[in-house]
Design a protein. Structure first.
Length: 218
């Protein structure tokens, strides 16, 4: 069985970001199908109401949902990944567009975590994941990237961070104060552990000046 599931949501994806393993299971949510077609990749599963795509795809096994529904198209894809038993899910095209969709996609990471699945939102300049209580994780150093930890629960207790510019030992992070923003990984890896709570782990870099100007002027 394939261990990694990749989901293409409908947001923008930089071509440089897409380096998919050949053996991953690919789910497209609505307009995310366009990203797969640009890559020449045939999706394993396609789901959505297809209001963003504007037509019903002609692939076999397309699952159509009504526009008026409780789940976003991305959440429908996430639930399918859970149902199929994947242990890791990467989601592209889920950051940088509408803020409400971005927040919903971050909440989808918590849904994955509650099912024992490690999820990650990936864009050109951001990688977002959740780390849950009682775990120890390593995060590789990326040249020019910031490393931020935010409490996604009311409090995160017993937070330990090593291999970074601003280490912590048995710290408490709260949801109402962003203490963990803009750290830097100095070693090959940062190591993060926590005893209680849920950490939002964000790796970010600044946008290129030209692309930022184009976004503002566009």
């Amino acid at each position: 069985m394939k261990e990694l599931c990749v989901i293409f949501a409908g947001g923008e994806i930089s071509p440089d970001t897409l380096a998919l393993p050949e053996d991953c299971y690919l789910i497209c949510a609505d307009r995310g199908l366009l990203h797969a077609e640009r890559l020449g990749r045939k999706p394993d599963y396609i789901v959505g109401d297809f209001d963003s795509l504007g037509y019903i795809p002609s692939y076999e096994g397309v699952v159509i949902h009504p526009v008026q529904k409780d789940d976003t198209d991305t959440m429908l894809a996430v639930k399918q990944a859970c149902a199929r038993g994947f242990r890791e899910v990467w989601i592209y095209g889920a950051l940088g567009g509408r803020l409400d969709h971005t927040m919903a996609n971050i909440q989808a990471l918590q849904y994955l975590a509650k099912h024992g699945i490690r999820g990650m939102l990936i864009s050109e300049n951001n990688r977002v994941t959740l780390q849950t209580a009682g775990t120890k994780q390593q995060y590789p150093r990326r040249e020019g990237w910031y490393f931020s930890l935010l409490s996604f629960s009311e409090r995160c207790i017993g937070v330990c961070i090593s291999g970074v510019e601003y280490p912590l030992e048995e710290a408490v992070l709260s949801q109402d104060f962003p203490l963990g923003v803009s750290n830097h990984i100095l070693s090959e890896f940062a190591e993060v552990s926590l005893r209680e709570g849920c950490l939002l782990v964000i790796e970010s870099r600044d946008s290129e000046p030209n692309s930022l100007h184009a976004n503002i002027m566009g």
